[in-house]
Design a protein around this ligand. Structure first.
Ligand SMILES: [Fe+2]
Length: 169
């Protein structure tokens, strides 16, 4: 689904695909588009109060795709020799742990779905726009720490080489 409303700015609070999210790495961009569609389906099922079976099935599809997407994306990064791969895997892992914490059975289904329907869209949008974008910039050899403009080349900012050291997960 394409939302043409937000071509200039990205609202991290809303889960919509827009050209702002294109990283220029085709295989990852295609997966991000599909990933967003699946998480959107789950989010809509929850916010629209769809039958429990629809919430369950859309959540299962979104979670399964999240897992396979993480694995595929990490493979692309590994094959490219991405120097911050461990850091990126760590971010995926934290999100994954959070999803599993929700789905551990200790939280009531209703509460778990509502929490995930809030967490997943926000995390996904922020992650694509920060950590995944960092990889795309590195791949193109024009990493621009902190500016977000994509116009001036530069190197890592922090002492440990992380460009986006404060990404919440
Ligand atoms: Fe990622």
């Amino acid at each position: 689904m394409i939302d043409s409303e937000s071509n200039d700015t990205v609202d991290y609070g809303r889960l919509v695909w827009s050209d702002d999210l294109v990283l220029g790495v085709n295989s990852i961009d295609e997966q991000h588009r599909e990933w967003i569609a699946l998480v959107q389906a789950f989010e809509h099922a929850v916010t629209e109060g769809r039958p429990a079976e629809e919430m369950r099935s859309t959540l299962a599809a979104a979670v399964a795709y999240t897992e396979s997407h993480f694995a595929d994306e990490q493979q692309v990064m590994e094959e490219a020799g991405y120097p911050f791969l461990d850091d990126h895997i760590g971010q995926h892992q934290l999100a994954w742990d959070r999803v599993h914490a929700f789905a551990s059975g200790e939280v009531a289904d209703e509460e778990m779905r509502r929490s995930l329907a809030e967490f997943l869209p926000q995390w996904l949008m922020l992650h694509i726009n920060t950590a995944d974008r960092q990889f795309a910039r590195w791949l193109k050899g024009t990493m621009t720490p902190g500016t977000g403009s994509g116009t001036s080349p530069g190197g890592p900012t922090g002492p440990d080489g992380r460009v986006f050291g404060d990404i919440p997960v």
